[in-house]
Ligand binder design. Structure first.
Ligand SMILES: [Zn+2]
Length: 377
């Protein structure tokens, strides 16, 4: 590089570091930090998992005495309160850092700006907003949970080129290739919870687990991701799924949500599963309440992997933030099942989405889309 790196360059590095925590930091945010002294990189750090060092502390440890007079680039405003670890704002002050550049403020409206104010009060030059859009993309779920008490919800679906998912009989199999399946594994791994419904679990006997070997990540990250495992949530309104299914045999926490527990809590507990009643209307489970409950338990990102009926219910209730559709180069024919069960009768009911990303994943295509708020063009 002939020119000196800019604030943007260093922040881009900090964002790269933060992304190393993509699969492991839940319920905490992914954060990266870079320390630069007289134009030279002296320390790097990122947050790996809850209960362990924050990004700033890890970077300060690497820099040692060279942190004095350095600039700290942090992807999120340094914390100013005692959590599981002491506040990073104090650690930066004590290390003698002279300038702090943050990408964004703490999304929690109750603490936003306090970390930066604390640094400023200690005589440190402070600025905020460098690569903010990129930094926000690291933590859509953490931001939404802090601001709305709800997780970021992704609805994942797989379809043929003609928009079908399974035969009318229900007969189905993976219609996408190995690369797309690894991509789904990574979506699971970054989520706090994976949600499925009784119909799909009965049909596929899926365990909804994260498997290190299938993630396609470097071994160290894959191991850490598989060690964490998202909470597996089964929506089973009438408790139809037997406890002999793989979902209950694989290790890890399972939450079964029904409309009436019918006094069966102990049966489920014996299989390391928790039974929770969240009755909604028409004997169905209250999906909005479920999401609020998952946020309360610290889930930032939630992945829904279900059949067309439950997927349609989440979508129609306006609870989906992101639609992720894998499209396989295959035709399943006109008698096969549709992607979403949305029983529309007129064009007036049609729903528009905004496609935000489209890319090849192996032989398949991945389409990412967001719902458009009602009344927008
Ligand atoms: Zn911190």
């Amino acid at each position: 590089m002939s020119e000196l790196p800019t604030d943007h360059d260093w922040m881009a590095r900090a964002i790269q570091l933060a992304a190393r925590g993509l699969y492991t930091t839940e319920p905490n945010p992914r954060v990266g930090c870079v320390l630069v002294h007289a134009g030279e990189l002296v320390g790097e750090g990122w947050h790996l998992r809850a209960g362990e060092g924050h990004a700033e502390v890890n970077a300060l440890r690497q820099a040692g005495p060279r942190a004095r007079g350095a600039t700290a680039y942090v992807t999120l405003e340094p914390c100013s309160h005692f959590g599981k670890t002491p506040p990073c704002a104090d650690a930066l002050i004590n290390a003698g850092v002279s300038r702090v550049v943050a990408a964004m403020q703490d999304p929690n409206p109750l603490v936003a700006g306090q970390g930066l104010a604390r640094l400023h009060a200690a005589g440190i030059e402070v600025s905020c907003g460098v690569l903010e859009a990129e930094a926000r993309q690291l933590n859509p779920g953490f931001i939404k949970r802090m601001q709305q008490g709800l997780p970021w919800v992704r609805l994942k679906l797989a379809m043929s080129l003609d928009g079908r998912t399974a035969m009318a009989s229900g007969e189905s199999q993976w219609i996408t290739g190995a690369e797309a399946r690894a991509d789904v594994q990574r979506l699971r791994a970054r989520s706090g919870a994976v949600v499925s419904g009784a119909d799909s679990v009965l049909l596929d006997d899926s365990a909804l687990t994260v498997r290190a070997a299938e993630l396609g990540l470097e071994p160290e990250l894959a191991q850490a991701a598989a060690q964490r495992q998202p909470l597996r949530v089964l929506i089973d309104g009438r408790l139809r799924v037997p406890l002999s299914q793989r979902l209950f045999r694989e290790p890890g926490a399972v939450l079964v949500v029904c409309s009436d527990t019918a006094g069966r809590e102990a049966d489920y507990q014996a299989h390391q599963a928790e039974l929770l009643a969240l009755p909604g209307s028409h004997g169905r489970v209250d999906l909005a309440q479920l999401l609020a409950e998952l946020a309360r338990r610290g889930c930032n990102e939630v992945l829904i992997e279900s059949g067309a009926a439950l997927a349609g219910a989440f979508w129609q209730a306006g609870l989906v933030d992101e639609l992720i559709v894998y499209m396989a180069p295959r035709l399943l024919g006109s008698r096969a099942r549709p992607l979403l069960e949305l029983p529309f009768d007129s064009m007036a009911e049609a729903m528009d989405v905004r496609i935000t990303d489209l890319r090849a994943v192996g032989n398949d295509w991945r389409i990412t889309a967001r719902p458009l708020p009602v009344g927008t063009d």
